[in-house]
Design a protein around this ligand. Structure first.
Ligand SMILES: [Zn+2]
Length: 468
């Protein structure tokens, strides 16, 4: 078992239940887990263990690796395109689904390299992915992304989602049958879902937006999740249109519709949760349903602002941050997501806005809880060795080296990320991925992305400009 010591960190911000902070301390990792936090650990344990690697953490801050609770990794290949700029959710989705018709395993792999590579490089050690469009006849997209995630070394929570009906937005080319979805989901869980402590891959299932699907597939999803004992994830109350649609069709608001269809509880977590009234918030709190707030995407699509302080005050503990798909956030940068979350909450809720430590909670322990994990999200002996080492002694942070958490959340950015450890392995060193050749992956992503847009441009006039 490999022993790695982070020596003499300026601060260790644990984000444990008491939000304990240590000053000028060491942290010892043995194998996959954190063994001890304290002073002079090397000297203290010299008769018991041999240190294999010493990392000088002086001038640095250790925080739990960030947890990204909502993503659509493949969208990295069609971000920054003129065809979608300035659109809100529904018209934006129409363009997305035209591109989705050409999704492939190459796109799945490339999307993970770009998106989850960005996540790792910005301090994130665990990520969700919600994959809902499965073009008919294109198998194993989730398999391809799981393999790519393994290659770069990130802890992964892919969700096998689906569409069961066509609509103005969803074309028949990406619609699943209930049997097809069930069969594929069971296969994925059997092949990849690891239930052990420190598991690197846990598969979930879910609808993209539940009330747009058939009753049959929703019931099948809930039953299958219970049978396999896995998590369910999707979107909830992202747009005003969704609320109006649900009221008109079912006579109730989305959260209430979720309750009626057994879609709330500790097995469930949902992205956005923007358009909630007080009763909706009470429902989420009472049922211990998880929330993934995605402020950058919500600003980009003019969707609105999640009522984070009201959710927290109602007692919602399973609340995290999500970078959301890169086609609506244009990056997968967890440092930026934290800062934007802090700022958007300040803008939206003024004096009630969460403080920087609450935002860091969402990016760590709160996000881990949302994903249903009790072995990641905070630094403590016996927890997984998912550690982000932050360098705050650079010119751009000078004058702001006061409270370490305030510095990270309110003036921090990705340049701070020095070293990232996942499950005891160093996957980012001096800001670069260690498991793969970044330049080769970059070229591959660009090549696959260009080919995808070229295919789609036959159907989408606006894309021609983007691929010139
Ligand atoms: Zn989403």
């Amino acid at each position: 078992m490999k022993n790695v010591i982070f020596k003499n960190a300026d601060w260790i911000i644990t984000m444990d239940g008491d939000r304990t902070r240590y000053r000028n301390c060491d942290l010892l990792v043995s194998g996959q887990e954190i063994r001890e936090i304290g002073t002079n650990l090397e000297e203290k344990l010299k008769d018991e263990i041999t240190i294999d690697l010493t990392i000088d953490a002086s001038g640095k801050i250790l925080v739990p690796g960030f947890v990204n609770t909502h993503h659509h990794t493949w969208q990295a290949l069609f971000r920054n395109i003129k065809a979608t700029q300035g659109l809100q959710l529904e018209p934006w989705l129409k363009v997305m689904y035209e591109i989705y018709k050409d999704l492939s395993q190459d796109v799945a792999r490339a999307g993970v390299y770009a998106s989850l590579g960005d996540c790792l490089k910005t301090g994130c050690t665990t990520s969700n992915d919600l994959w809902y469009p499965h073009p008919v006849g294109v198998p194993q997209l989730v398999d391809a992304e799981i393999e790519a995630a393994k290659e770069i070394g990130i802890r992964f929570h892919p969700v096998r989602a689906y569409h069961s009906v066509t609509s103005d937005i969803v074309p028949p080319e990406v619609v699943d049958t209930t049997e097809g979805f069930m069969e594929d989901a069971e296969r994925l869980v059997k092949k990849y879902h690891d239930r052990s402590r420190f598991s690197m891959c846990q598969v979930g299932i879910g609808p993209s937006i539940a009330q747009y699907d058939t009753q049959e597939i929703i019931q099948a999803t809930v039953d299958l999740a219970e049978k396999l004992d896995i998590m369910v994830h999707g979107h909830l109350a992202e747009s005003k249109f969704e609320v109006e649609y649900t009221i008109e069709k079912f006579g109730c608001r989305p959260a209430e519709w979720f309750r009626r269809n057994n879609l709330l509880g500790s097995r469930f977590y949902y992205a956005h949760c923007i358009h909630l009234n007080d009763e909706d918030i009470a429902l989420i709190a009472q049922t211990n349903t998880g929330v993934a707030s995605c402020p950058i995407s919500n600003m980009y699509l003019s969707s609105g602002s999640c009522r984070v302080p009201d959710l927290m005050n109602a007692g919602v503990k399973r609340i995290g941050l999500g970078v959301d798909g890169a086609a609506s956030s244009n990056s997968s940068n967890m440092m930026e997501e934290m800062r934007c979350s802090y700022l958007l909450n300040r803008l939206s809720w003024g004096d009630n806005a969460p403080n920087p430590e609450d935002i860091l909670y969402m990016a760590t322990a709160g996000g881990a809880k949302a994903l249903g994990r009790d072995d990641i999200g905070y630094l403590s002996p016996g927890m997984a060795a998912d550690i982000t080492m932050i360098d705050w002694k650079q010119l751009q942070y000078a004058g702001g080296n006061n409270d370490p958490v305030d510095c990270i959340v309110t003036s921090g950015d990705a340049r701070m990320i020095d070293t990232v450890m996942v499950n005891g392995n160093i996957v980012v060193k001096h800001g670069k991925l260690t498991m793969v050749d970044e330049d080769k992956k970059r070229d591959y992503v660009n090549e696959v992305g260009k080919a995808l847009l070229k295919k789609a441009s036959v159907r989408i006039e606006g894309l021609k400009e983007d691929i010139e």
